[in-house]
Design a binder for this molecule. Structure first.
Ligand SMILES: NC(=O)c1ccc[n+]([C@@H]2O[C@H](COP(=O)([O-])OP(=O)(O)OC[C@H]3O[C@@H](n4cnc5c(N)ncnc54)[C@H](OP(=O)(O)O)[C@@H]3O)[C@@H](O)[C@H]2O)c1
Length: 254
């Protein structure tokens, strides 16, 4: 869906240069993917309200994130399935900052809910895996250099209870559940690789949300999930906390 809507990379506006961040009293810099709607957009509002400089990836040309009026916000065209788009976005971000403190890999799709084995469309399954599992890895690969120069070095992959193998009860949601299980493995591999270099890599389940992907009947507004995850992500003692956690910071089972 997003690919068709995507335009060539473009810049709308930008925050102050990196050297001025500390002087301006900003808490740090964050890159969030998938900010056209739902949790991603809610994260943008939350981090801006908490005085962060926010780089927000959009794919929808008339994305609401491009209409937010803030000098601390830098919306950038960023399709997680397209390496060229990611590299162009990185170049644009590098004009504004040499470091990132946090990366939130939030972009995701779930078009194969309730489709049974017999009716699976494998192009769609591959697309879900590409956006939800390979997408975050592309983003992390391209931005790990900036994160290495950041003070927090935190990577948060927005996962799901659907990615838990031990608690799996579903009989469908093939692409989505498989993608989130793969994303969880990615979290573990990255922690093993980047942990000794000072990084913390997490998988976070945001709860069942009243977003386009979730349901109007769901438990949480995306804003509530963003508020609660903000606390868990920024917790100073996070290092000794579970690597796969839910929105209140409590552990999830892999
Ligand atoms: N909703 C739930 O109950 C729930 C539960 C557990 C986990 N999650 C996870 O939470 C995250 C956010 O989901 P949400 O509920 O907020 O759903 P959402 O409102 O549909 O948000 C997903 C975002 O990802 C964007 N996106 C899709 N394909 C992309 C691509 N190729 N490159 C960049 N961005 C892309 C979408 O853009 P467009 O809208 O323009 O296509 C949208 O802004 C996802 O990772 C999801 O798996 C959600």
């Amino acid at each position: 869906m997003g690919l068709n809507k995507r335009k060539s990379a473009s810049v709308t506006k930008g925050p102050m240069p990196a050297a001025e961040h500390s002087q301006s009293g900003k808490k740090g810099t964050i890159l969030i993917t998938g900010t056209d709607s739902g949790l991603g957009l809610a994260f943008v509002h939350k981090f801006l309200s908490e005085n962060w400089i926010v780089f927000a990836g959009w794919i929808l040309p008339d994305s609401p994130v491009r209409k937010i009026d803030s000098s601390a916000l830098f919306p950038v065209c960023l399709d997680v399935t397209d390496l060229k788009s990611i590299k162009t976005a990185r170049s644009e971000i590098l004009k504004r900052t040499q470091s990132l403190d946090i990366l939130i890999n939030n972009a995701g799709i779930n078009p194969d809910k309730d489709i049974p084995l017999e009716k699976l469309d494998f192009d769609m399954v591959q697309r879900v895996l590409n956006v939800n599992a390979v997408g975050p890895l592309r983003i992390t690969q391209q931005f790990v250099g900036l994160l290495r120069k950041g003070s927090l070095k935190r990577i948060v992959n927005i996962s799901s209870e659907a990615g838990s193998i031990i608690d799996c009860r579903r009989k469908s949601w093939f692409g989505y559940s498989m993608s989130k299980a793969a994303l969880n493995m990615q979290t573990r591999l990255l922690q093993n690789y980047l942990g000794p270099k000072g990084f913390s890599v997490y998988s976070a389940h945001p709860g069942w949300m009243r977003s386009g992907m979730g349901s109007p009947l769901a438990a949480f507004a995306p804003e509530e999930s963003a508020d609660r995850l903000y606390e868990s992500i920024l917790e100073p003692s996070r290092k000794n906390k579970p690597q796969f956690f839910q929105l209140d910071g409590k552990p999830m089972r892999w």
